[in-house]
Write a protein that binds this ligand. Structure first.
Ligand SMILES: *[C@@H]1O[C@H](CO)[C@@H](O)[C@H](O)[C@H]1NC(C)=O
Ligand SMILES: *[C@@H]1O[C@H](CO)[C@@H](O)[C@H](O)[C@H]1NC(C)=O
Ligand SMILES: *[C@@H]1O[C@H](CO)[C@@H](O)[C@H](O)[C@H]1NC(C)=O
Ligand SMILES: *[C@@H]1O[C@H](CO)[C@@H](O)[C@H](O)[C@H]1NC(C)=O
Ligand SMILES: [Zn+2]
Length: 287
């Protein structure tokens, strides 16, 4: 075998491995009858409408058919807060520009202090510390605050800080108003997410960080799942809420994909990579 072919085969393997590494990360919880909602908000209800063979008299027309209905409050499970949620006149869920749903993911890890303080908050200092390691928070990114409280998901007492459904008893970490203000004044993010029920900490009564961020048409993502799997940088995230007309928020599927090494979040880079893999695979098979 010529060394040229060897190199090609090596390239194929490397490309395939890179391709496999690109397995997306799911950052959404499943919606079912255990999904946690704020206070006494309506839970996810998913009754069966039809399940079984579709018949016309005795004749089976279709061997199997499954249909459900669903209802739920907007703000439960993994969901997006549209800016209008706390800012009159700002975007509803259906009018947020779709390019805002895609961006570089940035993860700020405050899990150490949150592990010993249920009222810990992301501070301006946390943001500056992050920047001293990774550089300036990039424009148009989607920022995630990792508190570690995702591990309490489905444990009402640990997640909300109370067994009751009384929000005035809630305790969980969030984003300090000064950090929210610093972000809107000094950086340009598209959205901000957290692995707790709210971007404002549990004790907040005026949801001031919501007011500040949503007031600048920055959306929020709450109950974000599996944030422990998302590295601080190097991933592109897609946050796709249900397109509810006039919605103040709604269920959202969030996935993150590793960026190509040295690449951008440009989808064309992915297609180019796929094309090269395909080309080299053909070469591999036929020569
Ligand atoms: C929740 O759904 C599961 C699976 O569909 C079912 O077994 C369980 O009884 C339901 N629980 C409640 C409280 O409705
Ligand atoms: C917990 O964090 C809050 C900041 O939100 C701070 O005011 C409070 O002093 C902290 N408590 C402890 C015990 O460190
Ligand atoms: C909360 O509920 C759990 C499970 O029902 C129970 O084990 C726990 O003792 C309760 N905690 C409080 C503070 O009531
Ligand atoms: C968060 O930071 C702590 C302390 O540096 C570290 O032990 C932990 O692995 C980090 N977690 C994630 C998911 O980055
Ligand atoms: Zn919400």
């Amino acid at each position: 075998m010529s060394s040229g072919i060897c190199i090609f085969k090596l390239l194929v393997t490397v490309n395939l491995l890179t391709f496999l590494e690109c397995k997306p990360i799911d950052l959404s919880y499943v919606f079912d009858n255990e999904t946690m909602y704020w206070g006494n908000n309506r839970r996810f209800n998913h009754p069966v409408v039809f399940d079984g063979p579709l018949k016309d008299g005795n004749e089976t027309i279709v061997p199997y058919l499954s249909i459900y209905e669903y209802e739920a409050a907007e703000h439960g499970g993994t969901h997006m807060d549209a800016p209008i949620h706390f800012a009159h006149g700002k975007w509803t869920l259906d009018v947020i520009p779709i390019e805002n749903f895609i961006g570089d993911a940035v993860v700020v890890n405050i899990s150490i202090k949150a592990s010993t303080n249920r009222s810990a908050q992301l501070t301006v200092q946390d943001l500056k510390d992050w920047e001293s390691v990774y550089g300036a928070i990039p424009n148009d990114c989607i920022m995630f605050v990792f508190t570690g409280y995702g591990k309490y998901w489905l444990n009402n007492e640990k997640y909300f800080g109370t067994n009751t459904t009384n929000p005035s008893l809630y305790t969980f970490p969030g984003i300090h108003e000064d950090a929210a203000r610093w972000l809107v004044q000094n950086r340009k993010i598209k959205g901000i997410g957290i692995d707790t029920p709210s971007i404002d900490y549990g004790k907040s009564r005026n949801y001031i960080s919501h007011q500040i961020l949503l007031g600048e048409n920055i959306y929020a993502l709450e109950n974000v799942a599996y944030l422990d799997q998302l590295p601080a940088t190097g991933y592109v995230v897609y946050c796709l809420p249900m397109k509810i007309g006039g919605g103040s928020g709604g269920p959202t599927r969030i996935i993150a994909m590793k960026k190509e090494s040295g690449g951008t979040n440009d989808a064309n880079v992915n297609s180019l990579q796929r094309f090269i893999v395909m080309l080299l695979t053909c070469y591999y098979i036929f020569f």
